[in-house]
Design a protein around this ligand. Structure first.
Ligand code: MG
Length: 367
């Protein structure tokens, strides 16, 4: 089988809540997502999606996705999309770094392999664990009272894991964590995600200020070394996210005892192939995971669902259903949250069909 055409579509994904705010005053109102379509000489077609969390979160941006795919695509025509490892190696040889650029192409190839084999992607990634899996709800950064007031509504949607966006001034963040913790019920989990926003002295004050609270601390500071320093000064369960983007840092983190949970975002690793490699390594090392992406719509949510559902249940700390955060559907058959939980499609491939009336004409079309 050979790739004959690669097309990319740009789609805006507005948010139900109007905007999403996190550390350092960062905010996004409308997410700029890219859907990639990979066509083959045998008529099988696969789709992927990638959506950076604005241009100022990870070293990625929406226009960079399209520029990178324009760079890669001409050299991928004629490659076999079912030999995914080989194709990923080809992409790495053609374009050094820029993992996020390769993510949607990689996902589309898994969609193709699933259709060719007649199996859902989660089966190809190792098997389906349980009927469904647990989701978290991110709570956008607002005043402590406003964030606390969100919990009841999200719990009514079935969520029992709440990830607070902190990473601002320590006094307010301590108040945010206490205010939301006061809303929790038996069985709920609370994560305070600073998204790299604290300096070490800020982070030290926060972890000491919430010493009595059952809360996970996620990526308090910018660098791995700063986070490790905080980790060594706190008893709270500890999550690393932004600073873990590949196998070497994952192995180093394990060796240093730097984290209890790792956040695996598919595009941060460069697609399902490498995210699944990281996932399998975490399972072997006994590290739990949050499985998600840097944002996205229906197709990213489908990819998350297949990776999360193929993760042994006790290792899956939580996952994300981004398609319920946004107002626009872009694919039929995408997984839909049910009582705070999600399941991967049982159809072959990703199990989705893009809505081209929503996506419009391709912004990039290479054959
Ligand atoms: Mg995070």
């Amino acid at each position: 089988m050979k790739i004959t055409r690669i097309a990319a579509y740009q789609v805006d994904l507005p948010l139900h809540e109007g905007s999403y705010k996190w550390s350092g005053g960062k905010s996004v109102d409308v997410f700029d997502s890219t859907v990639v379509r990979v066509e083959t000489d045998e008529g099988v077609v696969g789709h992927g999606e990638v959506c950076p969390l604005g241009p100022f979160y990870l070293p990625s941006y929406a226009a960079g996705v399209r520029a990178g795919i324009a760079e890669l695509a001409p050299d991928l025509i004629g490659e076999d999309p079912t030999q995914i490892r080989k194709l990923v190696g080809r992409m790495d040889a053609l374009l050094k770094g820029h993992a996020y650029v390769k993510s949607a192409v990689d996902i589309a190839c898994w969609d193709i392999l699933g259709q060719v084999s007649g199996l859902p992607v989660c089966t190809l990634l190792g098997g389906r664990y349980g009927d469904d899996f647990v989701l978290y709800r991110a709570i956008s950064q607002e005043s402590p009272e406003a964030m606390a007031s969100r919990v009841a509504g999200y719990r009514a949607e079935g969520y029992r894991r709440f990830q607070l966006k902190v990473g601002a001034d320590p006094e307010t963040d301590i108040a945010r964590i206490h205010a939301v913790a006061a809303q929790l019920e038996q069985g709920d989990r609370l994560i305070a995600d600073a998204n790299t926003g604290w300096l070490m002295h800020d982070a030290m004050r926060v972890v000491q200020g919430v010493r009595d609270v059952d809360v996970y601390i996620e990526q308090p500071c910018l660098s791995y070394e700063e986070c490790l320093s905080i980790r060594r000064h706190t008893d709270h369960p500890f999550v690393l996210d932004e600073s873990v983007d590949g196998m070497p840092i994952l192995l180093r983190g394990h060796s240093d005892g730097a984290m209890d949970v790792v956040n695996i975002k598919i595009s941060k690793f460069g697609g399902l192939t490498k995210a699944a490699q990281a996932r399998d390594l975490c399972v072997s090392l006994g590290i739990a995971m949050t499985i998600e992406d840097s944002w996205g719509g229906d197709i990213v949510t489908a990819a998350i669902a297949h990776l999360a559902h193929s993760t042994p249940t006790q290792y899956l700390f939580t996952a994300t259903d981004f398609n319920s955060y946004v107002t626009r559907s872009i694919a039929e058959g995408a997984p839909q949250r049910n009582n705070g939980r999600l399941k991967a499609s049982s159809r072959s491939g990703l199990g989705i069909e893009p809505m081209f009336d929503v996506l419009g004409k391709p912004v990039l079309d290479i054959s």
